[in-house]
Design a protein around this ligand. Structure first.
Ligand SMILES: [Ca+2]
Ligand SMILES: [Ca+2]
Ligand SMILES: [Ca+2]
Length: 334
């Protein structure tokens, strides 16, 4: 392929200059393209936390850019719990409720309860736009179910991001099995057609690792301005290898890892030059005996106790470590 079009030239120039490419047009799949995570996971409320889900629900937000005027759909892949992909305990008896919210009360920058971080808080804030409960149902197994259509203006407008925010809550309302699923934000009910410029984020990420030694999963928190340090917490990692933090300024800082049904916490200093960019949390599996079906929860907060967002498509692009240029020493003249 000849890359002689001006568009490509600019792109190559940006890459050569090491500048992040801010506009990403595929922030549609959750987990995202760069994350290398097979599934989100939510257990039925009778599950044990030692299976890797601390609270039996998961809250995700979609940000739809203001200039997108069409209807859209939130598609859930494998919403049922049974058949392929899901984690059985005894027999499949889990029921999972997915609920989509719009309107005032959704925006988690305005309404902290909406983030879904603590039990008992009202994370189901906003107007309920659609809801459905899925059991062990072959017709939804290994298939998509589409919520919508929704109009962007039904969301909660956030001026800072110039976007309408929507929320999808997944709750394990019955049973004890683990429901594995993914989301896709689409312009079409029956196909995955991207909403350009959209993104998705969460504050508490519960996901499944691949059953593969070589596979490295990534999540990308966004570091806002004014952050001095962050406190990273992970739950039920099963001592499955290493968790590293990489950024343009960090080559790979090890964080404390949890074992079984417990949390581990690490404080990570942030350079001022890292503000307004993404970090790359890398999850490297342990070599030797394979840790199978590992589900893990990750949260982050700053020095003020405010939670950080994890974006499905990293803001500013995937951060790549850039070694400092060597300073040439000039010997003083004698
Ligand atoms: Ca069961
Ligand atoms: Ca499922
Ligand atoms: Ca686990």
């Amino acid at each position: 392929m000849k890359l002689n079009k001006p568009k490509y030239r600019i792109l190559i120039l940006l890459v050569l200059l090491g500048l992040p490419i801010a506009v990403r047009l595929y922030g549609q799949a959750v987990p995202g393209k760069d994350e290398n995570i097979p599934f989100l996971v939510t257990f039925g409320k009778l599950g044990r936390t030692s299976w890797g889900d601390n609270d039996f629900n998961q809250v995700f937000f979609f940000a739809i850019p203001k200039d997108f005027k069409q209807q859209f759909f939130i598609r859930v892949f494998d919403p049922d719990c049974g058949g392929e992909h899901d984690e059985i305990q005894g027999d499949f008896n889990t029921k999972t409720m997915f609920s989509v919210y719009g309107g005032k009360g959704v925006d988690p920058e305005v309404n902290e309860e909406s983030r879904g971080l603590e039990k008992g808080l009202n994370f189901k804030s906003g107007n309920l736009l659609a809801s459905k409960v899925f059991g062990n149902e072959a017709r939804y197994d290994n298939k998509f179910y589409s919520f919508g259509p929704f109009n962007p203006a039904e969301g909660d407008f956030n001026a800072r991001w110039n976007s309408y925010f929507f929320k999808i809550v997944c709750e394990g309302v019955a049973g004890d099995d683990g429901n594995l699923y993914r989301y896709f934000l689409s312009r079409d009910a029956n196909n995955n057609l991207a909403v350009e410029g959209a993104n998705a984020f969460t504050y508490s990420y519960t996901f499944r690792m691949w059953n593969d030694f070589k596979s490295v999963a990534h999540i990308y928190p966004y570091v806002d301005t004014g952050i001095v340090y962050i406190k990273q917490r992970n739950f039920d990692w099963d001592k499955d290898g290493k968790i590293l933090v990489v950024s343009r300024y960090k080559q790979g800082i090890d964080v404390q890892t949890s074992n079984e049904d417990d949390w581990a916490e690490t404080r990570i200093p942030i350079e001022s030059a890292e503000e307004g960019s993404s970090l790359d949390f890398q999850f490297h599996k342990r070599q030797g005996e394979l840790v199978k079906n590992n589900n893990v929860v990750v949260t982050l907060e700053n020095q003020r106790g405010d939670a950080l967002k994890f974006y499905s498509s990293p803001i500013g692009g995937v951060p790549v470590y850039q070694p400092k240029t060597n300073i040439i020493k000039i010997s003083p003249k004698k």
